[in-house]
Design a protein around this ligand. Structure first.
Ligand code: MG
Length: 375
């Protein structure tokens, strides 16, 4: 009696435990016709149209080139994206040329994420956005195979996603006021500075709203003492942190500024990958992680862990991207202090529907993988 009851419990437990992941794979294998038991990567170029001309300290532009990837395994398709704003040095040509060299057909198990992405990283030294486009597609694929959103696989609480800022580019005061009005509903704005009209920009925003502000200088300030004066003024105006105030090469000036600044300083252009994080401890208060710099989600996740261990602040940012890369980054967002994930909201020709901004907050959905579907 006891024995059979124990066996019964054991059987029920095994079935219950098993239903979490394995049967989904088994069911997927039974239901779907077997297409290819190897990983198959395809890609196409695409041009994002920006709703407004985007002006930062260094340049203006109306479009952003991207490459959209698809990674297929056994009839299931994961989506990925590379976005190439000009200052990163990648282009349609460099990304497609890199992806043509990537041979994923040598892998027949998509769950070997480390093996696969270590191989992709070894194909060439640079090409960070191109690598991200494979990383994102692979993570999306894995999530779809086990039929779970990535944030769940990582054990994250979707209620802990941050609010996201909406970016106001450098412009004349009346345009800034119009853009600020359009950003109604966002709980925080990110204002681009560094072209000599900083106070005019902030005052124009403050004509319209009192929400907290992030400031991104994009290396536009050249003198550390002037930078410190401006940061004191910005603090009085309700600014939360200052991103990349000085040129990325000015490490000593930057360390001095961070030491004296009444607001946290965040590294963006200065750093790219995991190996850069530790060396900026003491130089900046924190880091702005973007998937197009970090080569994707695998390394971004590690960067967050390292930065937190070093007691540095963490921000999750993006380029102008479709909802693909933005939704991928959003899966990690419950872990970060601040988020600037508005890249998909700045374009007029998105090709996916993904995570949403609701009442200013990044809102994850229950779709598997990175949480997107094709429009
Ligand atoms: Mg920035």
């Amino acid at each position: 009696m006891n024995l059979s009851r124990r066996n019964f419990i054991k059987t029920v437990s095994a079935v219950t435990a098993g239903t979490t992941i394995l049967p989904n794979i088994a069911i997927a294998s039974i239901m779907k016709p077997i297409k290819s038991k190897k990983l198959k990567l395809t890609f196409r170029t695409y041009e994002l149209q920006l709703k407004h001309t985007f002006t930062v300290a260094e340049y203006s532009r109306d479009t952003t080139p991207v490459v959209l990837t698809e990674l297929e395994y056994d009839g299931i398709i994961g989506y990925g994206e590379a976005s190439m704003p000009p200052y990163l040095g990648e282009s349609h040509k460099s990304v497609t040329s890199f992806l043509s060299k990537v041979n994923l057909s040598q892998f027949n198990d998509p769950f070997r994420i480390d093996d696969i992405l270590t191989y992709v990283d070894s194909v060439d030294k640079k090409n960070r956005a191109a690598k991200a486009s494979v990383d994102i597609a692979l993570h999306d694929l894995i999530g779809k195979i086990v039929n779970q959103p990535l944030y769940k696989l990582w054990g994250l609480n979707p209620d802990k996603t941050p609010v996201t800022s909406f970016t106001i580019g450098i412009d004349k005061p009346d345009v800034v006021r119009t853009k600020t009005k359009e950003a109604k509903g966002f709980k925080v704005l990110k204002v681009k500075l560094g072209r000599g009209n900083d106070k005019e920009m902030i005052n124009a925003v403050r004509d319209i709203t009192n929400v907290p502000l992030y400031v991104d200088v994009n290396q536009g300030w050249k003198n550390k003492e002037n930078a410190l004066d401006m940061i004191h003024w910005l603090k009085e105006k309700g600014v939360i942190f200052i991103e990349q105030p000085l040129p990325k090469e000015n490490i000593d000036d930057m360390a001095w500024l961070t030491q004296n600044s009444p607001l946290p300083t965040m590294a963006d252009e200065a750093f790219q990958r995991l190996s850069d994080v530790a060396k900026f401890k003491g130089v900046y208060s924190g880091i702005n992680i973007k998937l197009m710099k970090s080569t994707g989600l695998r390394e971004a996740h590690k960067m967050i862990t390292v930065a937190k261990a070093l007691e540095m602040k963490v921000m999750m940012g993006c380029m102008t991207e479709t909802s693909c890369a933005v939704s991928a980054a959003a899966q990690l967002s419950p872990l970060v202090d601040w988020a600037d994930l508005d890249g998909n909201l700045l374009i007029s020709n998105d090709v996916y529907e993904g995570v949403k901004v609701i009442d200013g907050k990044i809102t994850l959905n229950n779709l598997p993988g990175i949480g997107i579907r094709k429009l």
